[in-house]
Ligand binder design. Structure first.
Ligand code: IDP
Ligand code: MG
Length: 138
């Protein structure tokens, strides 16, 4: 099992000023930050990152939202990183997310839900290399 996962703090949480609080939750939960950057996705980049959802009815809304402002991307390391990070962020819909999870605390809605977390080791590797070169990881 891999020790690496990938996250983005999404435009809603960046613009609301939650970057510091979310990174604090992540490091307090035992994740080490291996790479970190603020950036803004182009339409093409967002469509590529979320290509798996291209047939979903919310795809256009998702791309629009994810390109609407800067994000903070990070590569995180911890034992059992993918599953533990998904538990830390909570359900996609903040109304269904458990108390104390990042989405429960900071998400606005099922679409504007504060953070991304990789859903498998395979996707974590793909998503890390989508955003970071080897020399940007420490
Ligand atoms: P996840 O982020 O919890 O893995 P996914 O089902 O992979 O959830 O969906 C990717 C992203 O698409 C979500 O985080 C959310 O931003 C957006 N999304 C998912 N479902 C909806 C929806 O019903 N309406 C609008 N946006 C959605
Ligand atoms: Mg997903």
């Amino acid at each position: 099992m891999s020790r690496t996962t990938f996250t983005m703090i999404k435009p809603d949480a960046v613009s609301a000023g939650h970057v510091g609080a979310i990174l604090e939750k992540i490091t307090t939960a035992g994740f080490d930050i291996k790479g970190l950057k603020m950036t803004q996705l182009s339409k093409r980049e967002a469509e590529s990152f979320y290509a798996i959802h291209s047939e979903r009815p919310f795809f256009g809304e998702l791309v629009q939202f994810m390109t609407s402002g800067p994000i903070v991307a990070a590569v995180l390391e911890k034992e059992n990183a993918v599953a533990d990070f998904r538990a830390l962020i909570g359900s996609t819909n903040p109304e269904e997310a458990a108390e104390g999870t990042i989405r429960k605390m900071f998400a606005e809605s099922v679409g504007r839900n504060a953070v991304h977390g990789s859903d498998s080791d395979e996707n974590a590797a793909i998503e890390c290399s989508f955003h970071f070169s080897a020399r940007e990881l420490y």
